[in-house]
Design a protein around this ligand. Structure first.
Ligand SMILES: [Zn+2]
Length: 423
């Protein structure tokens, strides 16, 4: 779908590259008319999705081949005129080129917004048709329809459809191998990120600014994930950019390789955040997605993330003993990590038993019957409450753990008890 359009896209990019290959200084502040103090765009890199199909260290082994203190800005979920236009103006004032992951439905509602992105020289990728937060579990046919629907809608909004980049970001970063393989087979690059700034949460613009800078400083370079549909992002962006400049960071623009525009030559090691070293532990990948976005039908109001705001952090710190002081620099675990699936009574009971097993050594036969009775009670209660399974299961698991801790007399299996009695 994208490949046949390469030649036309190439032509459109040649003009752009002629400007960019004039050297890093060409796009810097001096060339930002009316904005002598602009941060500018220091260089452009051309990437080949077929050589590097997945990027972003939040989830993948590789990320973009950036040098120290280089940053790529990305914006998801637009275009939404009210805020996207302000983001565009802020970037224009700083002569910054970014990458936008647009949603098909948004493009249908605001095709002019897509054309503005292209006209301003930004890279435009896609982010599905309707932003479902189920990519990790939906049938591959449905995922394909979402991907294709997004590409078709965004392409239809463009004056030159070849301007679309074969870059895709999975909604909510809810990755699935089948989806990634599908995208890779079609030459579409999956973009995770290196750090978010939590701008989809109900936090202040000041907090978005702080997180963006702190997380960037922690990695020294990388792909920043933002949203051009959030007022707090609009409010935070100028300060983020000013701080990037003050700290010596440089903006990098990313464009896709084409038949006539080869990828920027790189060594494999440049696609790793840090070169391998005997002193640095190797990170397994892919990681668990570290956050959940808003539901597609409420793109402007991060309702799900409200629910997500506190619970996983508390659970993470108490569960694994992560120090709270440093927690803000750590990825926030997904809700799904702590959620027992709806309707899965078996899973719930197994989890409860597991918690009791770990926390309470076996002692008496009375405790066995007592526990079994309570277990039956819980099973009935949970089964009765239908749609509240997820919440009920979490609460039950917590109660179970507390009870087990308090009594310290909770055996788990009759078999293990008999074995102890025999000893
Ligand atoms: Zn999104």
């Amino acid at each position: 779908m994208i490949v046949p359009k390469v030649s036309r896209r190439t032509r459109s990019w040649i003009v752009c590259l002629g400007f960019l290959t004039a050297g890093p200084a060409a796009a810097l502040a001096a060339d930002c008319p009316g904005h002598p103090d602009a941060l500018g765009t220091s260089r452009t890199i051309v990437v080949d999705p077929r050589e590097h199909p997945r990027i972003g260290t939040m989830q993948y082994r590789e990320t973009l081949p950036l040098r120290d203190h280089e940053v790529v800005l990305t914006f998801d979920d637009g275009p939404l005129p009210k805020y996207s236009n302000q983001v565009l103006q802020i970037l224009a004032n700083e002569c910054i080129k970014a990458t936008f992951f647009t949603i098909g439905k948004q493009a249908q509602a605001n095709p002019e917004g897509v054309r503005k992105l292209v006209a301003a020289g930004h890279t435009v990728g896609t982010h599905s048709y309707s932003h479902p937060l189920t990519f990790e579990k939906m049938p591959i046919e449905k995922a394909q329809a979402e991907i294709d629907g997004g590409i078709a809608s965004v392409t239809a909004a463009m004056t030159d459809p070849a301007a679309l980049a074969p870059f895709f970001r999975i909604p909510g970063l809810l990755r699935a191998e089948g989806v990634e393989n599908l995208l890779a087979s079609r030459g579409i690059q999956v973009w995770s990120a290196d750090f978010p700034a939590d701008d989809w949460r109900h936090v202040s613009p000041e907090r978005v600014y702080q997180l963006a800078i702190q997380r960037l400083e922690a990695k020294g370079k990388g792909v920043l994930l933002l949203h051009d549909i959030q007022p707090r992002t609009v409010a935070a962006l100028p300060k983020i950019i000013r701080e990037l400049k003050a700290r010596g960071y440089r903006i990098v623009h990313v464009v896709p390789a084409t038949a006539d525009r080869p990828a920027t030559p790189t060594e494999p090691v440049e696609w790793l955040l840090h070169p391998p070293s005997e002193n640095v532990a190797v990170v397994r990948w892919p990681r668990i997605p570290s956050f959940v976005f808003t539901r597609s039908e409420t793109l402007r109001a991060p309702l799900l993330s409200d629910l997500n705001a506190e619970l996983p952090r508390q659970a993470a710190s108490s569960h694994w003993g992560i120090a709270k002081a440093g927690a803000e620099n750590l990825p926030v675990p997904s809700r799904d990590l702590f959620e027992i699936k709806e309707g899965s009574l078996e899973v719930l009971l197994t989890a409860s038993r597991h918690a009791a097993t770990r926390l309470a050594p076996a002692n008496t036969a009375d405790a066995v019957s007592s526990r079994k009775a309570k277990g039956r009670g819980r099973a009935v209660a949970v089964a009765t409450h239908g749609g509240q399974h997820a919440q009920a299961s979490r609460a039950t698991a917590k109660r179970t753990a507390r009870n087990a801790n308090a009594s310290a007399a909770r055996p788990t299996k009759l078999a293990s008890l008999k074995k102890r009695q025999q000893q």
